[in-house]
Design a protein around this ligand. Structure first.
Ligand code: ADP
Ligand code: MG
Length: 389
């Protein structure tokens, strides 16, 4: 390997970013923090990879000074049933509220009065610590687990902030509706706890929190997270190149942001590939070659995704990629062969649910900028040259 390749890339994607790899979102951080310390619950929604997890982590990082506030992070990505929830939620809470594992065990004994949790501690308790329950016992005293946050917060005289990632997974629990009701009825009485619930499945999140007949209706302040503006990306990209002994002109950094439509994950990813392909200074030719390589790398995956769509759905994607605004107009219906207005509205829902598109101010746009370039090139036979002049 050459010396150049041994410098680690300054760009990070696919991981939660914070501190020096995290940019902007100052207003979002203040908004979120104001909610959290005022005891207002927050519901945070955006498509995946726009930066929800990073925002919450960064808020904790920036505001962690106070000893009176403790943070508990609970990721529900692998939680698929109520039983999973009880076990993993208790574990996360005990770990987050005491520094030593001995206290996790004694805490479990103090806080549970009617249920006897089974605690497993491995050689390295930080890695191997689990809580499980006798399901029959839990059945009768579920509230004891769900009220655990308030119990701990009162006992320790702290304010507890509980951040739950991929919250929409409760939708997949076998008894989802009754669990939702129970959860809400317990959590809404908590005086010393604020909840921040976030998730990427917009349709599910909206159903859980915005439908009047659902238990979590109006549970908290709903924040829709935006992408990050170009003015923040340009200095970030330029500096990261500089810090690692390479250079990129602001105009080319701007091009990266524009090509990736300000999408945080894809900007970091493209910047990384460009950085990797550059010995010293980025040129337009390097940028173009890198984009083409990115589309090649993803070709098979994108193709599989499109093959799963019906003809009218593919045609609808074409209309959207072309920037058609009046999707239901007779002209658009005929020009793109996208069926009846009913077909269109049904397909829009499906494409939105499956993360192909996103509605911004009621206008549908493609969600994944790299996919959009690929789709334009290979399905619509458009030249991408205009992007590089
Ligand atoms: N504020 C930010 N500054 C810089 N990059 C960000 C920021 N937020 C997100 N990203 C980029 O997007 C990627 C996905 O962010 P993440 O927080 O995991 O999104 P989500 O939780 O919405 O899926 C990160 O790995 C990073 O590359
Ligand atoms: Mg996330």
């Amino acid at each position: 390997m050459s010396e150049l390749q041994q410098i680690p890339s300054p760009f990070l994607f696919g991981k939660t970013v914070r501190d020096s790899t995290f940019i902007n979102r100052t207003k979002d951080i203040e908004h979120l923090w104001l909610n959290m310390r005022s005891g207002i619950n927050t519901v945070l929604i955006s498509p995946r990879r726009w930066g929800k997890s990073s925002l919450v982590t960064q808020t904790a990082f920036v505001k962690r000074r106070s000893k009176q506030v403790k943070w508990c992070f609970f990721d529900m990505f692998a939680v698929r049933s109520e039983a999973d929830f009880y076990a993993q939620f208790s574990r996360a809470l005990l770990k987050a509220t005491s520094p030593k594992w001995e206290d996790w065990v004694s805490g479990a004994k103090t806080f549970f009065k009617r249920i006897l949790p089974k605690i497993t501690v491995g050689v390295d308790p930080a890695q191997e610590f689990s809580v499980s329950f006798d399901l029959k016992e839990v059945e009768e005293h579920k509230d004891e687990i769900l009220d655990l946050p308030e119990q701990i917060a009162q006992k320790q005289q702290i304010q507890l902030i509980i951040c739950v990632d991929e919250f929409q997974n409760i939708h997949y629990f076998p008894e989802a509706k009754s669990f939702e009701k129970l959860l809400r009825s317990c959590w809404q009485h908590h005086q010393h706890v604020s909840y921040c619930l976030y998730g990427s499945k917009r349709t599910l999140m909206a159903e859980i929190f915005n439908k009047q007949n659902r238990a979590f209706y109006r549970f908290g302040d709903v924040m829709m997270l935006d992408k990050i503006a170009t003015e923040h990306w340009i200095p970030f990209i330029v500096e990261k190149f500089e810090q690692t002994g390479k250079a990129i002109r602001p105009a080319l950094a701007e091009k990266i942001a524009a090509l990736m439509k300000n999408h945080p994950y894809y900007i970091q990813q493209l910047s990384h590939y460009v950085w990797e392909s550059t010995a010293k200074t980025v040129t337009p030719a390097i940028l173009k070659a890198t984009i083409m390589r990115l589309l090649e790398i993803n070709y098979a995956m994108y193709q599989r995704e499109v093959e799963a769509l019906s003809n009218t759905q593919v045609n609808l994607l074409k209309a959207i990629a072309d920037g058609a605004t009046q999707l239901m107009s007779l002209k658009t219906l005929q020009e793109y062969q996208i069926g009846t207005p009913r077909n269109v509205s049904k397909n829009i829902k499906i494409l939105e649910r499956d993360d192909f598109i996103e509605k911004v101010n009621k206008k549908a746009t493609l969600l994944d900028p790299a996919f959009e370039l690929w789709f334009c090139k290979y399905y619509m036979h458009k030249s991408l040259d205009a992007y590089f002049t």
